[in-house]
Design a binder for this molecule. Structure first.
Ligand code: ADP
Ligand code: MG
Length: 694
């Protein structure tokens, strides 16, 4: 296989554009892509036609605007290129107008009360900075999704807005350091994606997996992940074939699939791409998840992207590696080796620290979902408390700066920013703190709280906006300074002092940290019901309005969508539990008990001991009865949720009242699983599922 040859073969990328477009049109489009300027009128038709010819040549028959509504997944509606001719035949056509805007029914997507059904029209608008591509014979055009009144209904538009404000503020900082060459600054992201692969037959046999993407019942298997023999272990044949196929499909889509390996839990794996500009990384991550599911199907497998498919076994996350880059490819979070670079690095570093401290709530809630609630706070994922890890070397420098003392690596004198150089920071990955939710890893930050199913757009909107806001304040202050280096130094020291409570290098999984974080006044928001209401806090609405990323209305609608989603997911899970409990587990246990009773009769007649049968029957009958009444209680509670009528109160009710009953019901079922003959148990067990792929 010739990888460079197939790479990007299904993408209308710069090279294809240069080949297929007239010189002037290409130049105009390139300017739009590079500088974010609006597309010049007149060129859209030419581009559309070239795109269509290219797509048709590659076997495409349809096109679609491909967008990212608030469902967290992507949406598409296919139109064929055909256009009737007078003689009853068709030609393939695609106009500039069709490329640039599309219509869509906004009311059928989550909109948080923003669209009344009578004004339901929404439209999609081409994002020329993200390349069009062909997927399953359809030309997909990445677009933003808005209402006719201009309200944002998707995840892409605010992401682009947040990138734009970050660009403006970061450029102001670069100019202060005498950088006049950089034309743009953009955030870069590499999102590591975790997933489970199980045999398709296991998935089909479990309605909890089908309806909710995770197991709602399941006792701990004799072997889980305790042997630690899966992480980076040899990859099994079927998995390896899947991974090969997946890489090829992703490469064709121009996605830089780079690393693949087994993860900690049995059946768990990871894919990491090479990082790229954030909006592209976001589009690509959506395609990665979609392609994983599709390729798995071809191999008789099922790809589980849920954050916690199996209780007691590690869940899946997504590490969002984030940095800032200039258009010349300079990484602004790379410490560099000259005094000026160091001052600049420290300023960007402090901007991030300040942003994370002031907006802990936004980062936390950007990763809040019913699924991710199972991870954050468990002993595998970062806790629900946001903190920043700098590593020992950088922490030492930061401490020395703050306290105006020499740091050990330097020996002489205290460091002056913009005057002295920083020591070389190790980029060694081995001794990294894996427990931190937000870790500096040498030349980037790794935000580790994202759940595996998440669109990365949400968390990156937050990151970009909050850092842009820090940079704005810094630029405002420094632009007027007479002694720049002096002002820079005192700003950095002041901000480090103000925000040092967010810095933590220790073990984030420990109980001491929870207590220590509380003493420091850091937020600890364990569930969606705790975290999501912070979205509409006054300081947050002001932040988004100041940076023109969301209006207050958009913030409130988004918060409502996320809260609603939490309640909806839990409703589906509860109803699935009730159904599986009553239709599968209850009758199965009753049958087994009946068979034991019959055995007992026969054995008693033969004067044999029936002590074990009796013990098992008692245990099972008791648990089955309790599970049944828990299901009755659960049903009653779900009925009550219908009348709450307020998204925040409803989420609270689910967290406080519904979840505990779900847990009770599950505990009885899992105990019964351990005491019921295999031939009677109605669906595959954890052991069956987790070791189903050879
Ligand atoms: P790990 O965290 O597994 O040790 P790596 O250091 O290889 O892994 O990086 C993980 C991810 O970080 C990769 O997707 C990589 O492309 C991405 N990454 C590396 N540098 C940057 C950067 N400057 N900006 C954003 N992401 C980056
Ligand atoms: Mg990582």
């Amino acid at each position: 296989m010739n990888v460079p040859e197939i790479f990007g073969e299904n993408v209308f990328n710069l090279q294809v554009m240069q080949d297929k477009l007239p010189k002037e049109v290409f130049k105009s489009l390139k300017k739009t892509i590079d500088e974010g300027t609006p597309l010049e009128s007149g060129v859209a038709n030419v581009i559309a036609n070239a795109m269509k010819d290219w797509a048709v040549e590659k076997g495409a028959t349809h096109y679609t605007h491909w967008f990212q509504p608030m469902t967290g997944i992507t949406a598409e509606k296919h139109d064929s290129f055909i256009s009737p001719t007078k003689d009853g035949k068709v030609i393939m056509e695609f106009s500039g107008k069709e490329l640039v805007v599309g219509e869509s029914d906004a009311s059928s997507f989550p909109n948080g009360g923003m669209r009344a059904t009578f004004e339901a029209r929404g439209y999609t608008a081409w994002d020329p900075t993200s390349f069009a591509f062909i997927k399953d014979g359809t030309l997909c055009i990445p677009t933003a999704f808005l209402s006719y009144g201009g309200e944002v209904l998707d995840k892409k538009t605010p992401l682009l807005k947040s990138m734009s404000v970050l660009n403006v503020q970061a450029l102001r900082i670069l100019r202060l350091f005498g950088n006049t060459r950089a034309k743009r600054v953009y955030p870069t992201v590499g999102a590591e994606q975790e997933y489970f692969l199980i045999d398709r037959s296991m998935y089909d046999a479990r309605r909890d997996l089908v309806f909710s993407g995770r197991t709602l019942f399941g006792a701990k298997p004799p072997k889980g992940q305790e042997m630690e023999d899966h992480y980076f272990g040899p990859i099994k044949r079927r998995v390896s074939e899947f991974m090969k196929d997946l890489d090829v499909e992703l490469w064709k889509l121009g996605i830089f699939a780079k690393t693949r390996h087994n993860e900690v839990a049995p059946s768990q794996h990871e894919l990491a791409p090479v990082f790229t500009i954030t909006n592209i990384a976001s589009d690509q991550n959506q395609l990665i998840m979609e392609t994983m599911k599709k390729v798995a199907q071809k191999h008789g497998l099922y790809c589980l992207l849920h954050e916690k498919p199996f209780e007691g076994i590690n869940g899946s996350g997504k590490h969002n590696n984030w940095s800032l880059s200039t258009d010349n490819g300079v990484n602004l979070l790379d410490p560099g080796s000259t005094p000026a670079e160091n001052g600049q690095f420290m300023l960007f570093l402090v901007a991030v620290i300040k942003a994370v401290d002031e907006y802990q709530d936004l980062l936390r809630l950007s990763v809040a979902s019913a699924g991710n609630d199972h991870r954050l706070g468990g002993n595998e994922a970062p806790p629900a408390i946001v903190s920043v890890y700098l590593g020992d070397e950088l922490q030492e420098i930061v401490d020395a700066l703050e306290n105006n003392v020499p740091y050990s690596g330097k020996g002489k004198g205290v460091m002056k920013l913009g005057v002295d150089t920083l020591p070389e920071l190790p980029k060694d990955t081995t001794d990294r703190n894996r427990t931190s939710p937000f870790a500096f890893t040498g030349n980037k930050f790794e935000f580790r709280m994202l759940g595996s199913t998440f669109s990365i757009a949400g968390p990156n909107i937050m990151l970009n906006t909050i850092v842009a806001d820090s940079l704005r304040q810094f630029a405002d202050e420094l632009e007027g300074a007479e002694d720049f280096n002096g002002a820079l130094h005192s700003l950095v020291v002041r901000e480090l002092k103000a925000h040092k409570r967010i810095l933590f290098n220790g073990n984030n999984y420990s109980e001491e940290w929870t207590k220590e974080a509380k003493r420091r006044g850091l937020l600890n928001l364990p569930s969606c019901a705790d975290a999501l209401p912070y979205f509409a806090a006054k300081k947050n609405i002001e932040l988004f309005e100041r940076n023109k990323v969301f209006t207050e209305r958009e913030v409130r609608s988004r918060m409502e969508i996320m809260l609603d989603n939490y309640s909806k997911v839990l409703t589906v899970e509860a109803l699935t539990m009730i159904e599986m409990g009553r239709k599968d587990i209850y009758p199965a246990v009753e049958s087994y008990v009946l068979s034991l009773c019959k055995t007992m009769e026969h054995k008693a007649a033969a004067n044999l001991s029936v002590a074990s049968e009796k013990a098992v029957i008692e245990k099972l009958s008791g648990a089955n009865e309790k599970m049944y009444f828990a299901s009755v209680e659960l049903e009653k509670l779900i009925g009550q949720t219908k009348n709450i009528g307020n998204a925040e109160k409803s989420a609270r009710f689910f967290a406080d009242k519904v979840i505990p009953v779900m847990q009770t019901m599950r505990a009885y079922a899992d105990e019964m699983e351990l005491n019921t003959a295999k031939s009677f148990w109605p669906f595959p067990t954890y052991g069956d599922i987790l070791f189903s792929v050879s």
